[in-house]
Design a protein around this ligand. Structure first.
Ligand code: CAA
Length: 260
């Protein structure tokens, strides 16, 4: 149905699984693959049945081993370099702004742009074998797909700077302790599905409003963030889903949300 070179999409009822599938380069993100991820997400969002997205990598070894180093190595021009970063950032922003929950199933190496892809997800599940890191400085580069910003916001500048400046790889266990990874599971894809299922039982509008409040709040002051929260709270109480959720609680039955 889809004609992608390096990305596959599978649908399991309300769950879509997007797999980066470029095994010869450990799923590294060349510009073609980034473009396909973006198009695949557009297709997934056109499907009204889908209420959660899981992003993973093919094979046992890697989630995504970074941006494609052979492609990057051709860059010399300041403006061309900036455009490459902006193009990658656009895809990460597209992911982080989706109204549905996005779970990263980190099944192996998540390095550089691969770590940044995982950071664009809402929640991360890692296999015990996975290794995470931002090795860009070893290449004379810095993270360019949002990593300097998203990692600092997630774990604070001190821990983010340690990882970015030393370029060290961390285990899933250390990533869990730092709050980078939410769960460790032998089968990260099935755990990701389980987490997705537990989220999508809840009101879909409420889910998208939570995501929006957190995302927009991180870009502003506490006061302005609380105002955003209040605005979105106002939107929530005007939904049929809120009538259903509260009505179901009071009637001691399970809610059936319609996303209205
Ligand atoms: N880009 C292009 N090709 C890559 C790649 C990448 N990021 N990562 C791995 N590959 C290729 C290798 O070149 C190799 O290809 P060949 O078989 O044709 O030689 C193949 O994938 C298998 O990789 P290795 O032989 O290196 O496998 P390994 O088990 O020895 O090592 C690894 C695994 C530690 C992940 C190692 O591949 C590695 O260090 N990869 C690069 C990681 C990295 O530096 N990522 C950051 C990229 S820069 C970036 O992402 C910038 C940004 O912020 C946007």
């Amino acid at each position: 149905e889809f004609d992608f070179e390096n990305v596959t999409i599978d649908q399991h009822g309300p769950l879509a699984v997007l797999t980066v599938n470029r095994p010869k380069a450990l799923n590294a993100l060349n510009s073609e693959t980034l473009g396909e991820i973006s198009q695949a997400i557009d297709l997934i969002m056109d499907n009204a049945e889908i209420s959660a997205l899981i992003i993973t990598g093919s094979g046992e070894k890697a989630f995504v081993a970074g941006a494609d180093i052979s492609e990057l190595s051709q860059l010399t021009d300041v403006y061309a370099g900036r455009d490459v970063a902006l193009a990658g950032q656009d895809v990460m922003t597209q992911i982080s702004q989706l109204p549905i929950p996005v779970i990263g199933a980190v099944n192996g190496f998540a390095l550089g742009g691969g770590f940044e892809l995982a950071l664009a997800c809402d929640i991360r599940v890692a296999s015990p074998r996975s290794r995470l890191g931002l090795p860009e400085v070893t290449l004379g580069l810095l993270p360019g797909f949002g990593g300097t910003q998203r990692l600092s916001r997630l774990v604070g500048a001190g821990r983010a700077l340690d990882l970015m400046l030393t370029a060290r790889q961390i285990s899933a266990e250390e990533a869990l302790q730092m709050g980078i990874v939410n769960y460790i599971a032998d089968e990260p894809l099935s755990k990701a599905r389980e987490v997705a299922e537990s989220i999508i039982k809840n009101g879909p509008i409420a889910i998208s409003l939570v995501k929006e409040a957190v995302r927009r709040g991180l870009d502003t002051t506490l006061e302005a963030g609380c105002e955003i929260e209040a605005d979105l709270f106002g939107m929530a109480v005007a939904t049929a889903d809120f009538r259903e959720g509260t009505g179901a609680f009071l009637a001691k039955r399970k809610p059936e949300f319609k996303g209205e």
